[in-house]
Design a binder for this molecule. Structure first.
Ligand code: 1PR
Length: 559
């Protein structure tokens, strides 16, 4: 076997490369048209936008050789955009023709009844149940991340291609196609844990060719009352150098990560300011990442929490951590910290896109932007420019354009600002939360630099601003709840959830399994993230999922 991977240069293909290596196979990259002649097997792991894929392939002279390869009958495996590109066109970029192998076009999800992108673990339905050499496990969930899809309709000619379907909201769409030598999935097997690795392994061991093809059963798939999308449980690792210069996983209380030299609370129970002890060390980043993957985390988030002090591009130890973690973990990996336009200590300017690119090449699937998002939205709020084009492009826009909006998470670090509800007449009065029991009222202010500096931007302004700029997901931390174990701040999470149509992740304050049940029952968030209780081994991820199951909340079960 000579396996080639096709990288058109826009996305993170490292995850797939890591999966293939994990499965014990070697591969080469397609770099010239001639490489197609040498390939016996080809995988195209496309991410990003439809047009970038087509334009980049065209610019490299690879469209015709790819078409010839597919026509030759040798096995082709497309992933995400690598599946969509097989279709005739996409409403994402109407002027860009696809390869027209499958006679249908790609459309956009309807976002009137659900958040878009469709991000997360969803179940798939095999249309043809007799035998499945492609290795789909009907009881597994697979990881999807996309805004566009091929609608499934049994009456269309393209139905003969459809291998599995998936349902999001009330829309049933094509989860995979399989015909002759062509196999392609909308979901990411390389990010779908063991079920995904099994599927890649099955394709590599038993890739279908035209000889093995047979007639497909075409049947209609009416939408079920509820889709199969599960709530995600995310483990978060705050990473920084300790006083010896080693990268460690740390964890703060209200973002203070240093050990307290004195007892942690004052006589009135309030948290004390840091007394400047050592940086808390809860373990090694790569070891913990691997443990959380094995324990069933649906996603893992690594935050370089002091990256604002240096250029992350010069932070080779952190990039090495990302690289090593990505080799061990086959669920989505989000990396944050220092993603902004910056100037290196030697005076070299670096764009946010370059910084993100370094993280993606190291193995990140998404990047998380914190401080820079606040700065950009603040500038936008203060800008008198009416036309979008009249202002320079910022990091959120440039990364979303290059890698797709689903690759851009904005991480918000808000803090409560208490006001007197009787007299407050400030700009955030429509966003005030009132506690009827205590009579207190507050709004949520955004901060930058790990909570060190508050800015005149509310959490609602930030959420709406970054959605407009192209963020694909919002991670809502809470400085007040961080490390407290008091539960998620559902008022805060609901404010953000109701302000945007993109997925929202609740973070900060988880102290027990019931807190996860509460946040999913009391808000409409797609995911919940925790750090301290997992690091201190107070609660196992499986215990969280058991509690969700007992309360009728669907989550991914490992197969
Ligand atoms: O601003 O783009 O450089 O990104 C820096 C990133 O680092 C931001 O996402 C910011 O949230 C994070 N960060 C900065 N300083 C700290 C700190 O703790 N001193 N960590 C920090 C933020 C919050 C969560 C935490 C949850 C759950 N950590 O990551 O994991 O609060 O904790 P819990 O379950 O223990 O309550 P930029």
């Amino acid at each position: 076997m000579r396996l080639y991977l096709l990288d058109y240069g826009a996305g993170n293909v490292q995850s797939l490369a890591n999966s293939i290596t994990k499965l014990g196979h070697s591969f080469e990259w397609i770099s010239t048209a001639e490489d197609f002649d040498n390939a016996t097997h080809l995988i195209f792991p496309g991410v990003g936008a439809f047009r970038s894929a087509i334009d980049n392939l065209a610019a490299k002279g690879l469209v015709e050789p790819l078409q010839q390869y597919i026509r030759s009958g040798r096995p082709y495996f497309g992933i995400c955009i690598g599946m969509q590109i097989l279709f005739e066109s996409s409403s994402e970029n109407p002027g860009s023709p696809g390869l027209a192998v499958v006679p249908e076009s790609i459309g956009k999800f309807n976002d009137s009844d659900k958040t878009v992108p469709h991000i997360g673990w969803n179940s798939v339905q095999l249309l043809d149940c007799d035998d499945d050499p492609a290795g789909i496990n009907p009881s597994a969930c697979y990881y999807f991340v996309h805004s566009f899809m091929a609608r499934y309709d049994a009456s269309l000619p393209s139905a003969a291609w459809v291998h599995t379907t998936c349902q999001y909201g009330q829309e049933v769409f094509v989860a995979s196609v399989k015909k002759d030598n062509v196999y392609a999935t909308q979901f990411h097997p390389e990010k779908s844990g063991q079920a995904g690795l099994d599927l890649i392994h099955a394709w590599l061991s038993n890739s279908p060719t035209s000889e093995s093809s047979r007639a497909r059963i075409v049947r209609s798939v009416p939408p079920r009352p509820k889709d199969g999308l599960t709530k995600r449980i995310i483990a978060c690792l705050d990473v920084r150098a300790n006083d010896d210069g080693d990268l460690v996983v740390t964890k703060g209380d209200q973002y203070d990560v240093r050990e307290k030299a004195a007892p942690p609370s004052t006589s009135d129970g309030a948290l004390k300011a840091s007394t400047g002890g050592a940086v808390r060390n809860l373990g090694k980043p790569v070891d913990l990442t691997a443990q959380y993957y094995a324990a069933g985390a649906d996603e893992i988030c690594l935050l370089n929490i002091t990256s604002f002090r240096n250029s992350p591009l010069n932070d080779q130890p952190m990039l090495a951590v990302v690289r090593a973690a990505a080799r061990e973990v086959f669920v989505p990996l989000t990396i944050g910290g220092g993603i902004k336009d910056t100037i290196d200590p030697d005076g070299t300017p670096r764009s946010a896109l370059e910084v993100a690119g370094a993280y993606f090449r190291a193995g990140a699937d998404k990047v998380s932007i914190g401080s820079e998002a606040v700065v950009v939205v603040e500038e936008m709020l203060n800008s008198t420019a009416t036309a979008e084009e009249s202002r320079p492009q910022n990091g959120i826009e440039s990364i979303a354009r290059a890698y797709g909006r689903q690759a851009v998470v904005v991480s918000i670090d808000p803090k409560r600002v208490y006001v007197d509800p009787a007299t407050y007449d400030g700009p955030y009065k429509d966003e005030l939360i009132h506690d009827t029991q205590t009579g207190k009222a507050w709004w949520y202010q955004c901060t930058i630099r790990g909570g060190r500096e508050a800015r005149p931007v509310s959490v609602v302004q930030l959420a709406k601003g970054v959605e407009r700029l192209g963020a694909g997901e919002i991670l809502v931390n809470s400085i007040d709840r961080d490390g407290s174990g008091l539960g998620f701040d559902c008022d805060l999470v609901n404010l953000v959830r109701q302000a945007v149509r993109i997925p929202v992740v609740a973070s900060s304050g988880a102290g027990n399994t019931q807190h996860f049940v509460d946040v999913f029952n009391n808000t409409d968030v797609e995911a919940a993230l925790a750090a301290g209780i997992f690091h201190r081994k107070e609660v196992e991820i499986t215990a969280v999922k058991d509690a969700l199951k007992q309360n009728g909340i669907a989550s991914r079960v490992m197969v």
